[in-house]
Structures are given as structure tokens and as C-alpha cells.
Design a protein around this ligand. Structure first.
Ligand SMILES: Nc1nc2c(ncn2[C@@H]2O[C@H](COP(=O)(O)OP(=O)(O)OP(=O)(O)O)[C@@H](O)[C@H]2O)c(=O)[nH]1
Ligand SMILES: C[S@@+](CC[C@H](N)C(=O)[O-])C[C@H]1O[C@@H](n2cnc3c(N)ncnc32)[C@H](O)[C@@H]1O
Ligand code: SF4
Ligand code: SF4
Length: 308
């Protein structure tokens, strides 16, 4: 039984922030829309309970995110506990701990990983992330490719910083057997007139048009109706996916995910504020599965496309 929201959108996957902490300082970070500090994080047992209840509502796909999910010491336990309920368990990470974690994560049941890689130049990487860890992350990607499939690289493109590296990154993806996700900088509409956003926003539509011309094959994903382009490079065919959320009504009309904050609240949309439904309190007060399903249903009914 899959739940639908008031706009006819099925909710088929969960995006769980397991911590708000991070060992990086990316200046553009949207923190998955969680702009508040929290003390309590969900425990592995609580995350398992949530996923178990969600799996009975047709959720077979979960993305673990943060903050940085790998800063949690119990990350392996979390993966091990929730995988049995899922068909597709993935994680988005800055890659800083992948060298040591790729193999144990795969063994624990992680299916695939997205690694943020915004630049191949150490100085630019540091400018964007605040840390000098490009080499560590490149080693982590190499290790991830051995144990997880597919490995996707997330490049958030920013004007004047890394927009000149898009085509190098496409070549790098082909060379390493990874999939490149080009991500447009995004922010809630009230932030689009700030000097930060105006300075760094780099529209990806023209890049997408170029990819369309060059592609030997194009596919469309159900989620967000995102396009994937298969483009020839000197290293073979590269798979490139474009994530353009800003002002994109098609993207929001095909949004199939419900979010979960690190302190145990359902969040209906990355870009919205005041869209939270607490379930951690119920969980900690021995709520029945039926009560948790009610909270889940309430969150689904609160969902609304952001751009429409
Ligand atoms: N506004 C908005 N942005 C999204 C959404 N999904 C992904 N994004 C953007 O794309 C970035 C990368 O997403 P990932 O964490 O790699 O996951 P994904 O690409 O959505 O998922 P998979 O491709 O299935 O691995 C996010 O951090 C957001 O900036 C969404 O539902 N809404
Ligand atoms: C918030 S991070 C959390 C996971 C992990 N710490 C990481 O960096 O991959 C998830 C993804 O969001 C991207 N991201 C963060 N802020 C963004 C923004 N304002 N616009 C577009 N993408 C953003 C990051 O580059 C990363 O790929
Ligand atoms: S590594 Fe991820 S969570 Fe951490 S600051 Fe960068 S984008 Fe944000
Ligand atoms: S409704 Fe739109 S902006 Fe909100 S999470 Fe879904 S795709 Fe992102």
C-alpha cells in the first residue's frame, strides 16, 4: 500500500538525515533544510522502527544523509539494521571516511553511494568545502567503486568556482566508472535575491542543452523526471544526470520522497519551513505501529510541491 499526497504524488522513498553534525564547512550547504541545532539524534533502534513501519507503507528505498552520515560512530549498525526492510539503501557522503568505510558499509548492506566531489583542484576543493581533503576523498571514491555500485559523484556547480570544471568532471566520471550528478545551486525563494545566491548561482539549463546535443542516449528517471545523458568522452561513455530544482515545476510535481530530520521529525520538503511533524516523541512514549502510521499519513497529507 503506497500513500499518495493531495497532489497525486506517491511517496515511495525516505530521505533520512541521521545527524546534523559535519566535519566539513561547505559555505553553500542547505543542511537538508534543517536550520536548527538539535541535541538528540535518533538511535539505531529508533531508525529501524521508523523504517520498519515505513516499509509496510510501501517504502522500499531509503537515502541516508546528514550533515555527514559517516561521522556517526554507529553508522554500520544503522545500515545493518535497516537494510532487511529495503530494496535500495543508499547514502550521500562527503567521502572523507569512505576509504575505511566502503567495504564494511557494503558488507552491512549499503547498496550504493553518492559522493560529493565539487572540484578536482585541491585549492578550489578547499575553498568550497573549508577542508583540505581532496586526496582522501579521491582514495575513498576508488575504494567505493570496488565495493558499491553505482557510485555517483555529486558536483554542485557554482559560478566562478567550479563551473569551468564540468567537462573535466564528466571525463573523470567516465574514467572512474562513476555516474556524475551535476547539481544546480538551490535555496528557498526568499534567498534568491541575496548577494550569496546571485554571486554563485550558475544555471544548468544551457549545460543540459549541450548534453542533449552530444548524448548518444537519453533516459528519464521517474523521481523528479530528471534526465540522464550518456555522452562520449575520451575515456568512453559518461553517464551524467542533471539535478535542477530551482523554479522547476516538473521536478516538484514528480517528487516522491518524504524527509526525516536527525531529531525525529517528518519534513515534507527541502525548501519549506514550518513543515515538520514530530514522531520521535511518540516513538519514545511507546507508540503503537498504528499511531506511527497516523503521523506518517499526516506528514504525507501535508506535502505540497514547492514550485508550482
Ligand atoms: N529541492 C530538492 N532538491 C533535491 C531533491 N533531491 C535531491 N536534491 C538536490 O540534489 C542533491 C543531491 O542529492 P543526493 O543526496 O545525491 O540524492 P539524489 O540524487 O536525490 O538521489 P539518488 O540519485 O537516488 O541517489 C541534494 O542534496 C539536493 O541539493 C529534492 O527532492 N528536492
Ligand atoms: C547536504 S549534503 C549531506 C551529505 C554529505 N554531507 C555530502 O556533502 O554529500 C547533500 C548534498 O547536498 C548538496 N548541497 C548542499 N547544499 C546545496 C545547495 N545549496 N544547493 C545544491 N546542492 C547542495 C551537497 O553538495 C551534497 O551533494
Ligand atoms: S559536507 Fe555535506 S553536510 Fe557537510 S557542510 Fe558540506 S554539504 Fe553540508
Ligand atoms: S517539493 Fe520540490 S523542492 Fe520540495 S522536496 Fe520535493 S522536489 Fe524538492
Amino acid at each position: 500500500m503506497v500513500l499518495y499526497d493531495r497532489f497525486g504524488r506517491p511517496v515511495t522513498n525516505l530521505r533520512i538525515s541521521i545527524t546534523r553534525d559535519c566535519n566539513y564547512r561547505c559555505f553553500f550547504c542547505h543542511r537538508e533544510g534543517q536550520h536548527f541545532n538539535v541535541r538528540l539524534e535518533l538511535t539505531p533502534a529508533e531508525i529501524e522502527r521508523l523504517v520498519k513501519v515505513a516499509s509496510n507503507l510501501g517504502i522500499k528505498k531509503v537515502k541516508l544523509t546528514g550533515g555527514e552520515p559517516t561521522v556517526r560512530d554507529d553508522i554500520i549498525e544503522i545500515v545493518r539494521r535497516i537494510k532487511p526492510y529495503l530494496r535500495d539503501l543508499s547514502m550521500t557522503t562527503n567521502g572523507s571516511r569512505l576509504k575505511e568505510l566502503a567495504k564494511p558499509l557494503a558488507k552491512a548492506g549499503l547498496d550504493r553511494v553518492n559522493v560529493s566531489l565539487h572540484s578536482l583542484k585541491p585549492d578550489v576543493y578547499k575553498k568550497i568545502t573549508g577542508v583540505d581533503m581532496l586526496d582522501v576523498v579521491l582514495d575513498g571514491i576508488e575504494e567505493a567503486v570496488r565495493y558499491l555500485s553505482p557510485v555517483k559523484l555529486n558536483m554542485t556547480v557554482m559560478k566562478g568556482l567550479n563551473d569551468g570544471e564540468i567537462w573535466d568532471m564528466i571525463g573523470f566520471a567516465a574514467k572512474t566508472g562513476t555516474i556524475l550528478q551535476l547539481i544546480e545551486l538551490e535555496a528557498p525563494r526568499e534567498m534568491t535575491q541575496t548577494s550569496f545566491f546571485r554571486k554563485y548561482f550558475y544555471p544548468l539549463k544551457p549545460v543540459e542543452q549541450k548534453l542533449e546535443e552530444m548524448a548518444v542516449e537519453t533516459r528519464e528517471r521517474r523521481m523528479h523526471r530528471r534526465k540522464k545523458y550518456f555522452v562520449p568522452t575520451e575515456y568512453g561513455i559518461a553517464e551524467v544526470e542533471v539535478v535542477r530544482a530551482m523554479h522547476n515545476t516538473i521536478f516538484c510535481a514528480n517528487c516522491t520522497r518524504l524527509r526525516v530530520t536527525s531529531d525525529g521529525k517528518f519534513k515534507t520538503c527541502l525548501l519549506r519551513k514550518r513543515d515538520l511533524i514530530d514522531f520521535a516523541t511518540a516513538l519514545r512514549n511507546n507508540a503503537s505501529d498504528a499511531e506511527l502510521v497516523d503521523l506518517f499519513r499526516k506528514a504525507v497529507l501535508m506535502r505540497e510541491p514547492y514550485w508550482k
